[in-house]
Write a protein that binds this ligand. Structure first.
Ligand SMILES: [Zn+2]
Ligand SMILES: [Zn+2]
Length: 200
């Protein structure tokens, strides 16, 4: 799934539909991520104000390990995609030659001439919400894969009220109490507790 800037520009403000399935990113360097489903995307790209705006819905499933109870579980993700891309100067050089450039000028000359506009371009490029693309096309698959990874939780929990494991015996407390002393206290805090009891 790729989109060239010239294709987007030629659509002249009309949306270019982008939809399909992208293979899952691999490998995922997050220990709690066991498996990722392919990524489904349904959206569009539109050329406006010198940039491409990619919008749409990204959905996928992930097999994760709960950090509290260590059980695997499956979670669904739905991400609203809203990304902006601006072609770098190099990308503009791929355009069909305009009247001003027609006199057999080499690409090198075109670049140096474009240098006069560099200041204005840099000011726009400073916008953190815009990705500047050095190539003539946007690798939409790469963008979607990056988004899928970014939206994965760093500490997945199988459900908000997951009781986790007993720190003493390791039993999964979602299955019921384990019978350990309920007030089991970390030995490092015992000295504090003695102090507290002494004040009563
Ligand atoms: Zn859990
Ligand atoms: Zn226990």
């Amino acid at each position: 799934m790729r989109l060239s800037f010239s294709e987007a520009r030629q659509a002249a403000g009309r949306p270019v539909r982008l939809a399909g399935t992208v293979p899952a990113p691999r490998p995922v360097a997050i220990r709690e991520v066991l498996e990722l489903s392919p990524l489904h995307f349904d959206g569009e790209a539109r050329w406006a104000d010198g940039e491409v705006r990619l919008t749409g819905a990204l959905s996928y499933r992930a097999r994760l390990t709960c950090v509290r109870c260590l059980n695997p579980f499956t979670a669904e993700f739905h991400v609203d995609v809203e990304e902006r891309f601006r072609p770098a100067e190099a990308a503009l050089a791929y355009d069909p030659p305009t009247i001003g450039r027609r006199r057999g000028s080499s690409r090198k000359e075109q670049r140096s001439r474009a240098g006069g506009e560099a200041e204005a371009t840099q000011a726009v490029d400073a916008d953190p919400g815009v990705e500047v693309v050095a190539k003539a096309e946007i690798d939409v698959e790469r963008v979607l894969r990056d988004l899928a990874i970014v939206h994965l939780p760093w500490a997945p929990i199988c459900r908000p009220d997951c009781a986790g494991l007993c720190p003493t015996c390791g039993k999964d407390l979602n299955e019921g109490p384990c019978g350990c002393e309920p007030e089991a206290i970390d030995p490092r805090w015992l000295a504090l507790r003695t102090l507290w009891d002494g004040r009563k």
